[in-house]
Ligand binder design. Structure first.
Ligand SMILES: Cc1cc2nc3c(=O)[nH]c(=O)nc-3n(C[C@H](O)[C@H](O)[C@H](O)COP(=O)(O)OP(=O)(O)OC[C@H]3O[C@@H](n4cnc5c(N)ncnc54)[C@H](O)[C@@H]3O)c2cc1C
Length: 380
């Protein structure tokens, strides 16, 4: 990857957690940044996330390494945001219980994967499970307790990121409608805002497409092909229950679908998140609420609709090829970069992804090849 010419101006398209993190990182490096958001900051997947932060066990892929290093930098990242923009984001480091209905074939080996990855983890039995989940009626006899998991409220995070960006001089434009890109003569790109405004990309100006699942639409028609992205809807609820769990609880239902229950700093308990069929309407549904309540009752039999204080939905950007998010330069056009496809891990990965991408843009640093546009095959 070659070193870019001196950067004077950076455009970031999309005001979710990824776009804001990239804008902040560019501004920290002295670049003049404009962030263009079609609607309101946090109006996409980021504002709908459940805010779980998890450090994965040992594993060699760049994607796992990205999530692991993201966990490590998170406290420092939040401290920096508070300093820059004046807004503190509480991070609940409550750890998690991963419930197992059947004992795994080799519990020692499974635990070893976590310990080898530097986690504090151990197996616990039914008495411990019932201490963590008051009123638990499920049939899990064994759980893996992992300390390195936590929670941030994505709404506080977005607000703090926006405040930090503004304090660093990022010019944020909300409600500017859907920005789109067109190939220009000479290998450059034109960024279009509405019918009248056009900005040239290339020659010391870069643009980063961070428009979540809609990044494919913003760049449709650019050579060589459409971005490999799919929208995947999700839903979640906040419950007001007398005894929230003491840790994040991860479990699978009879159909093998994974669910998470999380305590939060405001005392509500968040439960999610459905991976519904691929789709883009992003709206919450009665069917989704029923599914969530049915799954929640696997742990807490008395939960009812009257305990639901909030129900929300969003559309995750899923990269449709193996290897993790799309963090790379546009292969055929000068000055155009991509930062999307974080699927279910954008809240935790955004700060580290932004560092990687801005290191590549400004210093020519290597980003793992598996984050390239054409790495691997369909799968994500
Ligand atoms: C229910 C649910 C639960 C989740 N839980 C977690 C979790 O616990 N932990 C975790 O790490 N992640 C979680 N995620 C995933 C996480 O939310 C996403 O990976 C992350 O928010 C993606 O951020 P983004 O900035 O790429 O996209 P978005 O947040 O979608 O931001 C993209 C922005 O671009 C704007 N935009 C789109 N098109 C254009 C255009 N043409 N011009 C200008 N602007 C445009 C949109 O309006 C939007 O604001 C969850 C997601 C969902 C839906």
């Amino acid at each position: 990857m070659g070193v870019e010419v001196k950067m004077e101006k950076g455009w970031v398209v999309g005001g979710g957690v990824v776009g804001l993190s990239v804008a902040r990182e560019l501004a920290l490096r002295g670049v003049e940044v404009g962030l263009l958001e079609a609607g309101r900051i946090g109006g996409g997947a980021s504002g709908a996330a459940t805010g779980l932060l998890a450090r994965p066990p040992v594993g060699r892929s760049a994607w796992m390494e990205l999530r692991r290093s993201s966990w490590e930098i998170y406290p420092g990242f939040l401290a920096a945001l508070a300093k820059e923009g004046g807004e503190a984001v509480p991070m609940l480091r409550c750890g998690a219980l991963h419930l197992h209905r059947e004992p795994p074939t080799n519990p020692g080996k499974l635990l070893g994967r976590w310990l080898d990855g530097g986690h504090r983890a151990r197996w616990v039995g039914p008495a411990e499970i019932r201490k963590v989940i008051c009123g638990y009626v499920g049939d899990a006899e064994l759980a893996l307790e992992v300390e390195e998991e936590g929670f941030v409220d994505p709404r506080s995070l977005l607000s703090a990121l926006k405040a930090a960006c503004l304090a660093l001089g990022v010019a944020i434009e909300e409600d500017c409608g859907e920005v789109r890109f067109e190939a220009a003569r000479g290998g450059g790109t034109t960024l279009r805002v509405g019918e009248r405004r056009a900005e040239g990309i290339g020659n010391g100006t870069v643009a980063v497409v961070a428009a979540g699942w809609q990044s494919a639409m913003a760049t449709v028609g650019l050579p060589p092909a459409r971005l490999p992205l799919a929208p995947v809807q999700g839903e979640a609820i906040a419950l007001s229950i007398p005894s929230p769990p003491l840790r994040i609880i991860r479990f699978e239902d009879d159909a093998g679908i994974g669910w998470q229950l999380a305590p939060t700093p405001d005392g509500t308990t968040w439960f999610g998140s459905i991976v519904s069929a691929e789709g883009t309407h992003g709206g919450r549904s009665e069917e989704g609420l029923d599914k969530l309540l049915r799954a929640a009752r696997c742990l807490l039999p008395d939960v009812s609709r009257s305990d639901v204080v909030r129900h929300w939905a969003g559309v995750r950007p899923k990269a449709m090829r193996r290897g993790g998010p799309l963090l790379c330069r546009w292969p055929t056009l000068t000055g155009l970069w991509i930062a999307t496809g974080h699927y279910r891990s954008g809240i935790i990965c955004a700060p580290q992804s932004a560092r990687l991408l801005v290191g590549a843009i400004l210093d020519g640093e290597e980003v793992p090849a598996s984050f390239d546009w054409d790495a691997g095959t369909r799968g994500g």
